[in-house]
Write a protein that binds this ligand. Sequence first.
Ligand code: PEP
Length: 263
Amino acid sequence: MRDVIVAGNWKMHSTPADAGDLALTIAARTRVAGVVRVICPPYVCLAAVRDALAESDPDVAIGAQNVHHELQGAYTGEVSAPMLAGLATWVIVGHSERRRDAGETDALIGRKLGRAIDAGLRPILCVGERLDEREAGVQVAVVRRQLAGALAEVDAGRLAEARLVIAYEPVWAIGTGRNASGRDAAAMSGAIREALTLPGQDLDPELIPILYGGSVTSANIAEFLAEPSIDGALVGGASLKADEMAGIVARAGLTATARGAAA
Ligand code: PEP
C-alpha cells in the first residue's frame, strides 16, 4: 500500500521567530492516523520547526524546499544535501518556481535528486506542464521528458530505496487559485506511472506515491483523493493556514482508512 502524504511547502514565508509556533499549531490540528505529514519551511526555519516539533509531534516530517547539486564548494548562498543532516529528512526537488526562477533544468534536477538520495533524504520530485503546453495538448510529453531527464542518471534501485515521491504540479495551477480537475490529475498520474515502468528495473511504479499540487485547499482536496491513483497533496498557500491543513489532512485520513480496510 502506498503512503498517503500531505506535504506543506511554506515557500518564502515565516521566520525563525514564528515558524515553530506555526508548525506546532498545524501539527496539533492534523493528528490523523495513517497520513504522512511533511512540513517544508524555508532553510532558516528548519531548526526552529525541528525544535518545536521534537517533543509534541516528532512524527511530523520536516523537508527542505531545495538542495544544491554539489556537496560543497564555492557556491555562495547555497545549501548541500549533507548540510541538511539533523534538520530535514525530506526534500523537494524540481519545483516549478525553481525551474522558472533559477533556470533549473531536468539534468540539474537529476543531480540534485542523486545528492538527496546519497544523503538519505526522501525526495519529492515535482513535474508539471505550463499552460501553453496544456493548451497545445503536449502535457504528457512534457512530463515524460521531465521524468526522463531527471531520472536518467539515478539508479532505479536507489530511487526505490529512497522511496521516491512524485508531485504532479501543473504550473498554471500553482498559486493561481485555478486547480486541475481530479480527472486530469488522475490521467497524468497514470501517464507518470506508465513512464516509470521500465523493463528490468527495480522500480515498481505502483509503489511510488504520486501527489497532486496546485491550489489545493480543504474545499477541493476530496476531488483529488477520490482518485485511487493519487496519494495525497503538495500544498503551497493553504499549508500556512492551520484550518486549511486540518481539513486537508482530515480528508486524507479518510483515504488512508479506506485503503487500509481494502488492503
Ligand atoms: C506548491 O508550492 O507546490 C503549490 C502547489 O502551491 P499552491 O498550493 O499555493 O498552488
